[in-house]
Write a new protein. Structure first.
Lengths: 492, 135
């Protein structure tokens, strides 16, 4: 399968920072969607020869339509007064150009566009463009702009509304295996979220073009094997090592969340799904397994990073999360039945099994936070200007099968501050059950859609059968995608 | 009745000929023919009332309720008189076959009306007292 990396050479944050201003859009349009990736289906209008009788056109209802002009172009496709879209930013951005997507579904586009870049009231640059297709990149490096004004002067067909679906500040570039080297993707998860590993993509670009790249932090890179999205990663470090050579390090959404502060707050029976969405927004969508829809959390999330806050919630509710195969984050209960088989024909020779020492007990500390100042000797914390008395107690689950010769090995969980008297026993048992899964199988497979978290059944090099969850995949991306996987085996 | 279009083909759609599209002129023609046939039928005592829009322009964007009304009127005509040509359930996803059927129905009704007229008994062809009882 053909491997590829899609690098979105865009101004990070420009989409959410953009304020779209226009008085030339039809009333049912949502111009605020323009910086985002919105696809508009074919919609029925009476513009001449628009409503094709192929069964694909739908009536206008509540579809997301970023921009259709109020005015219609004339018999030559020209607007007497060009529709104008103005985009303002709070911050200043530098890009190599602007990408416009008009209307791929209907084949309509603008054949004449003028773009002006401003820094406040100062005109930095202006371009008259003649797009020739439904997607068009205006290559023009402009530094430190905070306003863009786009004039749509003409359409490719007569008597048409100007349609624009997406405006991207930058360009999307695709690299095949002939341009990248040593692409290593490490995707990991923890089944009980006692850790929240950051998945990474490290790659070396040996560019065949003379374009000079300015890799910017948090720009997205999508990794594909054939048409399968392996994951979306965000640039965390880039180094130019030659005229056309760049070393790039990327992290997944959890790595991005690790760079944001999350302020302390006390929660009382707060919906966990909502809290996860709150933490990840506005940067990432969170898809949450329906089993967690009505689960609530109670306790404290201290000042921490967004990633740590995310972990607190996941650990308290017994969820895992992954960024594999998606742009956002998936929160789910790790499956433990109906394993998918990894047949011997996809397993490389070799492999090994690690076995952790016996855990003799698990001790989980539960926390309560009561408003007030308490009495002498109480631990009092302040959150959001409110004082709370913090009390703790410990729940212990002991391994009944420990023998006199086993070395004491106690797992302690003390700082999970959403563990409270109501869920402490359940959490302690979950942690205990997890650490009873002592065996981890390492093997290299030819990937066929497997992802971290999947429940699989496979054989060891010594022909025993192992059933368990994939907790790690190390993939060397090439046109044959093989991964070194780690399977946390079920049973002790 | 204005001449109908019932010969749209898949090739029209694939080659994007004018017949492969549904335009304001199509809606207006159907509306005018619908009104004409409803008027004719009412003249023969049929209880059919329709209110088709016949002034569509290229700047219009038909709403869901507009197109529901369009099909309701066609169905009203079909129900009040008689027709066998199927109509689409919705204008969503309209195909060239659906568009043909809409106008084929109008043509069918016009032909049925034409066939009905010669079968009418005209005044003076009945004779009173031919065996019937008059109380």
């Amino acid at each position: 399968m053909r491997a590829k990396l899609i690098y979105k050479d865009i101004a990070p944050g420009a989409d959410v920072d953009a304020s779209v201003i226009t008085s030339d859009a039809q009333s049912f349009c949502s111009p605020a969607l323009l910086p985002f990736d919105t696809s508009v289906p074919p919609i029925i209008t009476l513009e001449p020869n628009m409503w094709l009788l192929d069964g694909s056109f739908k009536l206008l209802r509540n579809q997301d339509i970023p921009f259709w002009s109020k005015q219609m172009s004339d018999e030559n496709g020209v607007f007497s007064t060009p529709p104008v879209i103005e985009i303002e930013f709070d911050e200043q951005y530098t890009t190599f150009g602007i990408y416009l997507r008009f209307s791929p579904e209907t084949g309509d586009y603008c054949t004449s566009v003028t773009i002006k870049w401003y820094q406040d009231a100062t005109l930095l640059d202006s371009k008259n463009l003649t797009p020739t297709s439904v997607s068009y990149f205006c290559a023009n490096k402009v530094t430190a702009f905070n306003k863009v004004v786009i004039f749509l002067n003409a359409t490719n067909r007569p008597h048409r509304y100007a349609r624009v679906e997406n405006i991207i500040f930058g360009i999307i570039r695709e690299f095949g295996a002939d341009e990248f080297r040593s692409v290593t993707i490490l995707q990991e998860l923890d089944l009980i979220s006692s850790e929240l590993p950051i998945s990474t993509l490290n790659w070396l670009l040996v560019s065949k073009s003379d374009i000079e790249y300015i890799f910017q932090l948090k720009q997205p890179v999508e990794a594909y094997s054939g048409s399968n999205l392996i994951g979306v990663f965000y640039i965390s470090e880039a180094k130019r090592t030659g005229p056309n050579t760049y070393e790039i390090t990327c992290e997944d959404a959890l790595g991005v969340l690790d760079g944001y502060f999350f302020p302390a707050a006390i929660y009382s029976e707060y919906n966990a799904a909502q809290l996860l969405q709150d933490i990840a927004s506005p940067d990432f969508d969170v898809e949450i397994d329906s089993v967690f829809e009505d689960v609530t959390v109670t306790g404290l999330i201290p000042d921490c990073t967004k990633r740590e806050a995310f972990q607190q919630v996941l650990f308290a509710i017994g969820a895992a999360c992954t960024t594999a195969g998606r742009a956002g984050i998936k929160v789910f209960a790790p499956p433990a039945e109906n394993p998918a088989e990894i047949p011997d024909c996809r397993i490389y020779v070799g492999g090994s099994m690690e076995t952790e020492p016996i855990v003799t007990a698990v001790r989980v500390t539960a926390h309560t936070y009561t408003p007030g100042t308490g009495s002498a000797g109480d631990e009092v914390i302040e959150v959001g200007g409110q004082k709370y008395v913090h009390k703790t107690f410990v729940v212990t689950v002991t391994n009944p099968n420990v023998t006199a010769t086993d070395k004491q090995n106690v797992i302690t969980v003390e700082t999970a501050t959403l563990v409270n008297p109501n869920n402490a026993n359940e959490v302690a048992q979950r942690v205990y059950d997890y650490f009873m899964r002592r065996h981890t199988l390492n093997e290299r497979i030819v990937v066929n859609g497997e992802q971290p978290g999947d429940y699989v059944i496979t054989s060891t090099p010594w022909d025993t059968i192992v059933e368990g969850n994939i907790i790690s995949m190390l993939t060397i991306l090439s046109n044959t995608t093989a991964s070194d996987i780690r399977i946390k085996a079920k049973g002790d | 009745m204005i001449e109908v279009i019932i010969d749209r083909t898949e090739a029209d759609v694939l080659n994007r000929t004018p017949k492969g599209f549904y335009n304001a002129t199509d809606l207006n023609r159907v509306g005018q023919n619908l009104q004409y046939l409803a008027d004719v039928l009412r003249g023969y005592g049929y209880n059919v009332f329709v209110n088709p829009k016949t002034d569509w322009t290229i700047t219009d964007t038909p709403s869901a309720s507009d197109m529901e009304r369009y099909l309701l009127d066609l169905n009203a005509l079909k129900t009040a008189f008689y027709g066998t040509t199927p109509l689409p359930d919705s204008m969503n996803g309209l195909t060239y076959e659906d568009a043909n059927n809409i106008e084929r129905l109008l043509l069918e009704i016009e032909r049925n009306i034409s066939n009905m007229i010669p079968a009418f008994r005209h005044s003076g062809t009945f004779c009173s007292g031919q065996g019937g009882l008059i109380l």
